[in-house]
Design a protein around this ligand. Structure first.
Ligand code: 5GP
Length: 211
């Protein structure tokens, strides 16, 4: 039987570099699949329907909720964002680790529904570096950067509800570390209950203790 993949949930501050990290992880190793979310926000220049997101109307999104077609969803800055169920289940059944890059409310909902999910919070090496990265993007005005820094301050309160933190200092190193961390997560007792139960049952039934 092929081993089911894990759900990998990644969150992090804007400017933590999580997007780049996820693209590299899913590109460099072949046992990952990156989930494409559905959203009601408008595409930004360069974004492609079906690649960055499935861009839909509010009505279409609400219909998807009705049909139980999302494993989680959240409202973020006045728009809906959600994870389509079908792709996630199909890829996990194939043995792929499915990566969801989602915000905190959604991440915590996933953990409630799928306790075996691995929650990872990506952090910059320092706050100074976070500010520098946001500034470097050059797309945001100073007041927007300030809002993002304040949001990060609030988001930081949730970090201890994640399973791991990932300090994203240098991309090459970070991708390797992230992969090792996910590999290790496959071997916790909680994620291998069925196997452990099998060993225990066999010990009880096959080993009669006549030694
Ligand atoms: P953006 O509009 O900048 O692409 O994304 C805004 C936020 O929504 C980011 O924190 C992103 O990780 C999060 N997000 C993207 N897709 C989903 C999703 O399917 N569910 C949830 N809960 N959040 C998402």
């Amino acid at each position: 039987m092929k081993k089911r993949g894990l759900l990998i949930v990644v969150s992090g501050f804007a400017g933590s570099g999580k997007g780049t990290l996820m693209k590299r992880l899913t590109g460099d190793y072949d046992n990952y699949a990156l989930s494409v979310s559905m959203t009601t926000r408008k595409p930004r220049p360069g974004e492609v329907h079906g690649r960055e997101y499935f861009f839909v109307t509010k009505e279409e999104f609400e219909q998807k909720i009705q049909d139980d077609g999302l494993i989680e969803y959240a409202v973020y800055v006045e728009n809906y964002y959600g994870t389509p169920r079908a792709y996630v289940e199909e890829q996990m059944a194939k043995g792929k680790n499915v990566v969801l890059e989602i915000e905190i409310q959604g991440a915590l909902k996933v953990k409630e529904r799928f306790p075996e999910a691995v929650l990872i919070f990506v952090l910059p090496p320092s706050v100074k570096e976070l500010y520098r990265r946001l500034k470097e993007r050059g797309t945001e005005a100073e007041d927007v950067i300030e809002k993002r820094m304040h949001r990060a301050e609030k988001e930081a309160d949730t970090i201890d509800r994640y399973d791991y933190i990932m300090i994203n200092d240098e991309v090459e190193e970070s991708v390797k570390r992230l992969h090792s961390l996910i590999e290790a997560a496959h071997f916790t007792p909680g994620r291998n209950e069925e196997f452990i139960r099998g060993i225990k049952d066999d010990l009880r039934t096959l080993w009669k203790g006549d030694h």
